[in-house]
Design a protein around this ligand. Structure first.
Ligand code: MRU
Length: 349
């Protein structure tokens, strides 16, 4: 059975509560934008594409039963709610791009003299289509990535290292980096996958390991500090990792720990790939230093499931993401193909 993290039907939205995984598979209902913001902020749903989709769907839920007499009221309300949703987590760009697209759509429809009812219908229909589009994009990323990785390994079976969670739980389905791993496995080209624990939130141990076991993909969990030894001893064919924001020069923000894996990959001559849909590329920023990095609460480091594991009174620093410079990245695998980081600027519309 396919793992489904987002359920949307007839104006009802439910998400798999990722704070409870893997111990419990429990869906929670999102009844509007406030719930959507909270679920994203608390990381009950996480992963750049899933944040965008659940955020937008929470808006769809809220406007679904309402009727509007004036289009100005509708446009203002939707605009304000989108701005609020974007503020839930600052680093992943996909929700910003989705919000801008929806605002532009409302403007275009309004200029075409569409009624409030039609604007509402088109907005909901655009948001709903994001679910299908994301899965299709991920399958395309999977195929492009699988081909690219095999090509560089003389078509032998490959061993992959991944970090954080980029699978069905982080997207509408299939996944980006984990989608490539799924495609390699389905095509019979995957020897083994190593996934990191991904401290402090443990997306690797809790979520990626859960997805790999669910799909019966041959896999092994390692701690984040084992990556150097892994690359020295286990013949890793490639690293494939996701992204929260890729800027115009190819610098890429992703889960904390990605940067040090990229440095280790360079040292050990292991190709290092980023997998992401085009909605993760932010052409408005030129350099990775411009990306805002979210810092999360200290208790994510000091506690596990509410039990204190760190010495009392120690100070903590908990940046949720880091930026990998473009020159450490072998290729960016998207639904439109595989690009060198330096080629991105040529793709700007
Ligand atoms: O803090 P998270 O769990 O939202 O971080 C997730 C990641 O860093 C993923 O690698 C990224 O969002 C891509 S998910 C397809």
């Amino acid at each position: 059975m396919t793992l489904q993290s987002i359920k949307w039907e007839n104006g009802k939205l439910e998400i798999l509560d990722q704070l409870l995984l893997p111990a419990q598979s429990k869906y929670i209902e999102i009844t509007g934008v406030k719930d959507g913001w909270t679920a994203i902020h608390r990381m009950q749903v996480r992963g750049a594409p899933a944040i965008a989709i659940v955020g937008c769907l929470s808006l769809a839920v809220e406007i679904f039963p309402k009727s509007y007499d004036k289009k100005e009221v509708l446009i203002q309300e939707i605009g304000e709610k989108l701005d609020y949703l974007v503020s839930a987590r600052p680093t992943a760009v996909n929700i910003n791009l989705a919000a801008n697209e929806l605002k532009q759509l409302m403007l275009t429809l309004s200029n075409e003299n569409a009624t409030p009812a039609l604007i509402k219908e088109k907005i909901i229909s655009r948001i709903t289509s994001m679910l299908k589009e994301d899965i299709a994009d991920n399958k395309a990323i999977g195929e492009h990535g699988a081909k690219e990785i095999i090509k560089n390994q003389n078509n032998k079976s490959v061993t992959i290292l991944t970090h954080c969670n980029t699978g069905s739980l982080a997207t509408a389905g299939y996944g980006t980096a984990l989608g490539i791993i799924r495609s390699l496995y389905n095509n019979g080209n995957l020897e083994h996958v190593y996934c990191t624990e991904t401290r402090p939130y443990n997306q690797g141990a809790r979520l990626t390991a859960y997805e790999l076991v669910h799909d019966r993909i041959p896999s092994t969990l390692i701690c984040d500090d084992m990556v150097g030894s892994l690359m020295k001893t286990k013949n890793i064919s490639a690293v494939v990792i996701g992204a929260d924001r890729i800027v115009a020069n190819g610098d890429t923000a992703n889960k904390i720990g990605t940067y040090q894996i990229a440095i280790l990959a360079k040292y050990h001559s292991v190709p290092f790939y980023i997998a992401a849909p085009f909605t993760t590329i932010d052409f408005s920023l030129c350099h990775g230093d411009e990306i805002k990095i979210e810092e999360r609460p200290q208790n994510e480091l000091t506690e596990i499931n509410g039990v204190r594991i760190a010495a009392e009174n120690i100070q903590c620093w908990n940046p949720s993401f880091d930026v990998t410079p473009a020159d450490l990245i072998s290729g960016i695998i998207t639904e439109k193909g595989v690009f060198k980081p330096s080629e991105l600027v040529t793709l700007k519309k």
